[in-house]
Design a protein around this ligand. Structure first.
Ligand code: HEC
Length: 152
C-alpha cells in the first residue's frame, strides 16, 4: 500500500491517478465488502470469490456497477472455482458516488490495474436496471457486452 501511494504521488503530476478518492472507496470496501471478500481481496474460496484479477473486476465497468447494485445468485465460476452462494444487492445502501469509489478502489488494488469508474456510469446503470428485482445469474454476466459503458 505504501508503495502504491508513493507511485501515485510520483505519477500525479503526469497522469491523473486512478485513485481519485482512495479514502471513500477504501472506507466502503472495509465497511461492506470486507466480511466476505476479505482485507486481502482474496475472498475465502470456495465460499467467497477473490476480487484479484477476475474477469468481473477488470471487465465491463457497467457490469461491475450492476453487480454491486443487484447482487449475484450462484452458481458462478470465478477463476476456475465454482461458487454456489449469493452476493446480496447493495443498491438501497449505497449512493452512486460510493459505488463508483468502491469499484474504482477494487479495480486499482489487489493486483488490479483497471481504469477508474465515474458516478455517472453507476447512475446510468441504476436507471437502466431500475425495474429489475432479481440478482444476476452467471449466464447474464457472461453475456454482458465487453465494453458496454452505460450512458455512452
Ligand atoms: C455477504 C457476502 C458478500 C458481500 C458483503 C459482498 N460480496 Fe461480492 N460476492 C459474494 C459472493 C458469494 C459472490 C459469488 C456469487 C455467488 O456465489 O452467487 C460475490 C461476487 C462478487 C463479484 C463477481 C465475482 C468476482 O469475484 O469477481 C464481484 C466483482 C464482487 N462480488 C464485488 C463485491 C464488492 C465490491 C462488494 C462490496 C461493495 C461485495 N462484493 C460485497 C459475496 C459478497
Amino acid at each position: 500500500m505504501k508503495k502504491l501511494i508513493a507511485a501515485c504521488a510520483l505519477l500525479t503530476p503526469v497522469l491523473s491517478c486512478a485513485q481519485d478518492s482512495p479514502d471513500l472507496g477504501k472506507q466502503v470496501y472495509m465497511t461492506l465488502c470486507v466480511a466476505c471478500h476479505q482485507p486481502t481481496g482474496l475472498g475465502l474460496p470456495p465460499v467467497f470469490p477473490p476480487l484479484s484479477k477476475t474477469e468481473y473486476v477488470s471487465g465491463s465497468a457497467e457490469r461491475f456497477a450492476a453487480i454491486i447494485l443487484k447482487g449475484i445468485i450462484g452458481p458462478i465460476t470465478v477463476n476456475g472455482q465454482l461458487y454456489t452462494n449469493v452476493m446480496p444487492p447493495q443498491e438501497a445502501m449505497l449512493t452512486d458516488e460510493k459505488i463508483a469509489a468502491v469499484v474504482t478502489f477494487v479495480r486499482s488494488n489487489f493486483g488490479n490495474l483497471s481504469s477508474a469508474v465515474t458516478p455517472e456510469v453507476v447512475a446510468a446503470a441504476r436507471k437502466k436496471f431500475l425495474d429489475r428485482k432479481t440478482s444476476w445469474t452467471e449466464a447474464e454476466l457472461k453475456a454482458w457486452p465487453e465494453d458496454s459503458v452505460a450512458g455512452k
